[in-house]
Design a protein around this ligand. Structure first.
Ligand code: TYM
Length: 511
């Protein structure tokens, strides 16, 4: 008998199940992550990749990365290789708004995304799938839309910079370029494939069956023309999430090349376990199953002391003699996520594992770590007013930061074009308009290779560009036609000026 750890539906099975909607441990009450990596076909993150990230960002790896909590990836190494050569990317993550507030597990991808954004200095988009939760849960669409805004306050409280972060809810944002991506993706996936990936059955409503392209589409930058322009290959995308979201992006990666985009890269985490143990579920209907970002200090203390599953000995004597089983102990697992000090964590593991430390002591340490963290979150959330939220949700901003981010590219690529246009303050120019106009000038198509911002241009790309410029250069015939047109225009202007002068002279004489 197994139950969900993610807090969604409950299910009876001896096989572990990990889908975006259900997560249940296997018969031993554990999630077998190595098996997931094998079955999903992603890769494990190794030391070498972590070192490369530290080197190219000049930032110490986040504890989630150092401790193997973000443990799997798809082509994160390629994003890093491109970044090492100067190529930028954007981050994309999300939340399905099904409850009033987030639990601590939900904070994991958002805290990590914040770190990625700061370390790599890249823009971020956050999708709130109010439509997904309406289709799957017993909720009205209007409730989901309200919850999206409430959840967005908690997400904003994680400290994302409003200038570099765009938060959107599907039911409000859906724009033409987003929809275009969705239908292109949808056409590439058969119902049989969708059944294989997501487990749809004849009972699934057709909104559910049609939903995956909605979560897939933001993997392509042209869903956000106000930020990234209309080129599907202007930027590569990196998606931080827990491994339950992998099926959406496996599907996305399979169809990317067919719709003319890059495959999104992924960095995926283990699950933050439920309070009552890895095989238990974190559920809004059972408030003692999880700690929520709205909990008071008293609630946090009570929940941990009364409900946190312990791997410690049943009695003090047993604990002193055998030590705790860290494999199943929830306070220990939670400290691995949220206690930043590596040395202190190591010491606790040694002492608690050997029996020198008692269960009550490790629980107290956890209370001392979580209480200020949650209180701090609540203070930051109180500062997220509707006005602040509107800045994150603003779909027309072309924030200055994008100009800064892409300045190098802009100077390189638009320098000549800007001059031809008559100079102007590039700071205040609309980068997106420039991107689009440049594409038009070059006759670039959305399927073109090698357009990523900051990407070193391959010889092929330079050759194609040269050929295109030669092709589009005015011919002798068109040059003389242009000259002729200019002459006619000048003569007409001269004639009009003379006529106006004569009329003015007549007027003066008459008065
Ligand atoms: P949702 O709301 O179920 O979860 C939001 C994010 O939290 C992660 N997560 C967890 N991480 C660690 N431990 C847990 N126990 C835990 N439970 C949930 C999820 O993996 C997710 O990253 N369909 C999505 C919303 C979405 C999205 C995206 C997520 C839309 N676009 C792009 C990631 C990336 C959902 O319902 O997430």
């Amino acid at each position: 008998m197994t139950t969900t750890t993610k807090g969604e539906e409950e299910e009876e099975s001896s096989e572990q199940v990990v889908t975006p909607w259900d997560v249940s441990a296997g018969a031993d009450g554990k999630i077998d992550y190595a098996k997931l990596v094998r079955e999903f076909g992603c890769s494990e993150i190794d030391e070498n990749l972590i070192e490369r990230i530290e080197r190219c960002t000049k930032t110490k790896a986040h504890p989630f990365l150092r401790r193997g909590l973000f443990f799997a990836h798809r082509e994160l190494d390629e994003i890093v290789s491109a970044y090492e050569k100067g190529e930028k990317f954007y981050l994309y993550t999300g939340r399905g708004p099904s409850s009033e507030s987030l639990h601590l597990g939900h904070l994991v991808p958002f805290q990590f995304t914040k770190w990625l954004q700061d370390a790599f200095k890249v823009p971020l988009v956050i999708q709130l799938t109010d439509d997904e939760k309406f289709l799957w849960k017993d909720l009205q669409l209007e409730d989901c839309r309200r919850l999206a805004r409430e959840n967005a306050k908690d997400i904003a409280a994680c400290g994302f910079n409003p200038e570099t972060t765009f938060i959107f809810a599907d039911a409000s944002y859906m724009c033409s370029s987003f929809y275009v991506n969705m239908v292109k993706i949808a056409k590439c996936v058969t119902f049989n494939q969708a059944k294989g990936i997501f487990g749809f059955t004849g009972d699934s409503n057709i909104g559910q069956i049609g939903f995956p392209p909605v979560q897939a589409a933001p993997s392509f930058p042209d869903c956000f023309p106000h930020m990234f322009g209309m080129n599907k290959k202007s930027l590569k995308c990196l998606i931080p999430c827990a491994i339950d979201q992998d099926p959406y992006f496996r599907m996305t990666r399979d169809v990317s090349h067919r719709i003319g985009g890059y495959k999104p890269a992924l960095v995926e985490s283990r699950f933050f376990p439920a309070l009552k143990g890895e095989s238990g579920k974190m559920s809004a209907s059972d408030p003692t199953s999880a700690i929520y970002v709205t909990d008071t200090a008293k609630e946090i203390k009570n929940k941990i002391n009364k409900h946190a599953f312990s791997g410690g000995g049943a009695t003090i004597e047993e604990q002193r003699e055998n030590g705790a089983n860290l494999e199943v102990d929830v306070p220990w697992k939670w400290l691995n996520f949220f206690l930043e000090d590596d040395e202190k964590l190591k010491e606790i593991g040694e002492k608690y594992g050997s029996g020198e430390m008692l269960t009550g002591e490790i629980k107290q340490i956890l209370v001392d770590v979580l209480t200020p963290m949650v209180e701090e979150h609540q203070k930051r959330r109180a500062l997220v007013t509707d006005e602040v939220l509107d800045v994150y949700f603003n779909p027309t901003k072309t924030p200055k930061v994008f100009l800064d981010l892409f300045r190098e590219y802009e100077e390189m690529e638009f320098g000549k074009w800007e001059k031809k246009k008559g100079g102007g303050d590039s700071e205040n120019d609309d980068l997106c308009a420039a991107l689009e106009e440049k594409m038009k000038l070059e006759g670039a198509t959305e399927n073109e290779e090698g357009c990523a911002i900051g990407a070193p241009k391959s010889e092929d790309w330079l050759r194609i560009r040269k050929e295109r410029m030669q092709r589009d250069a005015p011919t002798e015939g068109s040059k003389s036609a242009l000259k002729k047109a200019a002459k006619i225009k000048a003569a007409a202007e001269k004639k009009a000026a003379e006529k106006a002068a004569k009329a003015a002279a007549r007027g003066e004489a008459a008065t």
